[in-house]
Design a protein around this ligand. Structure first.
Ligand code: MN
Ligand code: MG
Length: 662
């Protein structure tokens, strides 16, 4: 059904399928379709986030579990399995890795230039795409320039389309974007005859873009509830002659009941009359599959929503989503007789390694080779400077620059995101933990970026995990519990005793959150309130003392916003009271991206640790701890604590002592 298939008869199809060998067995719908029946296959990519090459630009190394060049190989073999196929993208293609940033921040989009991800999509002959929330990240003008380079249409029915009385700029649609499109195609039926068919495609994006990209969108576009928009536009598509309607829903699958402005509304989109199949995304998960639980209206095994076929193809090109429809023509009308859905992976996980299941498609690689090379140069070159060394050698014993810079970026970002919300005006705190802090990772396993240039590839060193940003609204009392949980990393210490071991090795450093924006001390003579897994040990215990906000004792009833990540906000580390119920901002951006943006915005960062936390003094007591030998040159500059080198530790570590006498 894509242009390359229109002229092919069933016979040539079978021949080409045979030529491709074992990979290309025709789908049963194509084999068994009878007179008046046609097999229509919809292939989906979603949430590509600029991943074309199988490459991790942050780590500056190849990656076998990402990349449209890999998905492309599946596309080519899968096209050969069906007599009629359509290829769609479900949005979030424009932002999310350093190649996206390189084009937006450095190369730009001058007249006639094509964005690399669009170049790759053009190469593959996409039939249509919708917009995801991330298409708006670099502003409307940039997005319009990118969309202009595509050889396929974009659909999105719930933005900017003439909203009377709104602040949308002159009710003008976004350039190159229509609410829906109807593709005139020819399908081949089981008897080998060709028939015209009108395939309607309609797109949706979460309304939350107005919050996430407020600075670009406020006053420029208006949005509408996803399901309302579907109910409004689908009848018009049917009137315009659409035989089949496919929803490109850049929205996840939420089993909850419908609510106004719902972010993950695909289940309810499926319920709209006239829609025949739903392509989903945004959640970065795989459907059908174990990532979802079957619930009312959701069949995660067969892949249906409200009984209609649905699919979600993971993210970054990890999977190709497939919906197979067996259509039947009666008179002039087509109907869906039967349907199947499936997501096919480009790699599999075996013993903690990603094993590729397909090769890269050479023509796709070729289409972005120049921008890939330029991106490699970009990640290896300075994008900003740091005025302070960014290292984590002492992150477990003192306020630390590698953690500080993460909190500065998170506070900068979340303060902006709270603007115009009911939470605007509440104090913004930030929680961050050292991820690379020795331990089982060994004596070299520390963040260590010297004063001077900071390159993009350093950012992955500062923020190891591809987490996304969250904010929670909690009370001063909950802030204290958060810190009590973190303080469980330390062993209890006695007064009048020297060289006591400080760190409990059973406690992972990523659960040692430092909260920036308040000041506090940790009294190590007190027992820990929580065990390393976050279970309450002693309800009366209290190690966190002198907890202050703006120099005054914290008000236990006051509300605070705390910036954090999806792991912590989702209950990771079992922090008391921190779970989805207190989340007020569910950010689309990764913490890394926020860090990159912060560095680009600031030019030079100066993450001097401000010693906002330290150990309370203990009479005649000292503790010892191990860190990497790379810390030697920094020991004298650690704020809020006096550290003394005391020789070698075990296994290549260096040993230090802290005098807690004060
Ligand atoms: Mn996405
Ligand atoms: Mg600090």
């Amino acid at each position: 059904m894509s242009t390359r298939n229109i002229d092919q008869s069933r016979r040539t199809f079978l021949q080409s399928a045979t030529a491709l060998g074992a990979l290309s067995v025709l789908h049963p719908y194509s084999v068994f379709a009878s007179t008046g029946q046609a097999h229509l296959r919809i292939m989906e990519t979603t949430d590509l986030h600029v991943h074309v090459f199988p490459y991790d630009y942050y780590g500056d190394k190849p990656a076998d579990n990402v990349g449209l060049a890999r998905t492309a190989s599946i596309i080519n073999s899968i096209r050969a399995e069906a007599s009629n196929a359509l290829l769609v993208d479900n949005g979030d293609f424009l932002q999310g890795n350093p190649m996206g940033d390189y084009i937006a921040y450095e190369r730009g989009m001058s007249e006639g230039q094509v964005h690399p991800v669009i170049a790759a999509m053009n190469t593959l002959g996409f039939d249509c795409s919708t917009l995801g929330n991330h298409e708006f990240n670099y502003g409307l003008e940039f997005m319009e320039a990118v969309l202009g380079g595509a050889e396929f249409p974009f659909v999105c029915a719930n933005v900017a389309m003439g909203n009377p009385g709104s602040t949308a700029r002159d009710d003008k649609p976004i350039n190159h974007v229509k609410p829906y499109t109807i593709l005139d195609r020819i399908v081949t039926t089981g008897d080998g005859t060709e028939h015209p068919i009108k395939v309607g495609l309609i797109g949706f994006v979460p309304q939350q873009i107005m919050n996430w990209d407020r600075r670009w969108l406020h006053g420029n576009i208006a949005t509408r509830d996803i399901v309302d928009a579907a109910e409004a536009w689908v009848p018009e598509m049917k009137e315009a002659g659409a035989d089949v309607v496919i929803a490109l829903s850049h929205s996840g699958i939420d089993a909850g009941s419908r609510s106004e402005g719902m972010e993950n509304a695909s289940l309810h989109v499926a319920g709209v009359n006239g829609i025949d199949a739903i392509v989903t995304g945004h959640h970065h998960r795989v459907f059908p599959g174990p990532a979802y639980e079957s619930a009312d209206g959701i069949d995660a095994k067969t892949g249906t929503l409200q009984g209609k076929p649905a699919v979600m193809a993971g993210f970054w090109g990890s999977h190709l989503g497939l919906i197979d429809l067996l259509l039947e023509k009666q008179g002039d009308a087509w109907s869906v007789l039967s349907a199947e859905s499936e997501a096919r992976a480009i790699s599999e996980r075996v013993e903690r390694k990603n094993i590729p299941l397909v090769e890269s498609d050479a023509t796709v690689l070729e289409s972005v080779q120049a921008d890939h090379d330029a991106t490699l140069a970009y990640v290896r070159r300075a994008v900003g400077k740091t005025a302070a060394p960014l290292h984590s050698y002492f992150a477990l014993v003192a306020d630390d620059p590698s953690v500080q810079v993460v909190s500065q970026a998170q506070t900068w970002y979340i303060s902006d995101m709270m603007k115009g919300t009911e939470w605007e005006g509440l104090p913004v705190l930030s929680a961050a933990a050292p991820f690379k802090a020795g331990g089982r990772g060994g004596p070299e396993y520390y963040t260590d970026v010297p004063v001077g240039d900071v390159a993009i590839k350093n950012v992955s060193d500062l923020y190891l995990y591809p987490n996304t940003v969250r904010a929670v609204a909690i009370t001063g009392a909950q802030v204290k519990e958060w810190l009590e949980r973190s303080a469980g990393i330390f062993n209890q210490v006695n007064a009048g005793q020297a060289d006591q071991p400080l760190i409990n090795p059973e406690f992972p450093s990523y659960n040692f959150d430092v909260i920036d924006g308040v000041t506090y001390e940790i009294d190590l003579t007190q027992p820990s309130k929580y065990d390393p897994k976050g279970e309450l040990l002693d309800a009366s215990a209290s190690r966190v003392v002198n907890l202050k906000h703006n120099g005054n004792p914290i008000d236990e009833a006051q509300k605070f916003i705390v910036a954090t990540n999806n792991y912590r906000a989702g209950g990771g580390g079992n922090f008391p009271g921190i779970n989805d119920d207190v989340v007020v901002f569910n950010g689309p951006d990764t913490n890394r991206d926020v860090l990159v943006r912060y560095i680009v915005d600031q030019g030079t960062i100066n993450p001097k640790a401000d010693a906002n936390w330290k150990f309370a003094s203990i009479k005649d007591a000292s503790v010892v701890f191990d860190t990497g030998p790379g810390g030697r040159e920094h020991a004298a500059n650690v704020q809020g604590v006096s550290i003394e080198a005391v020789g070698d530790g075990a296994d290549g570590f260096a040993r230090y002592a802290i005098d807690l006498g004060g």
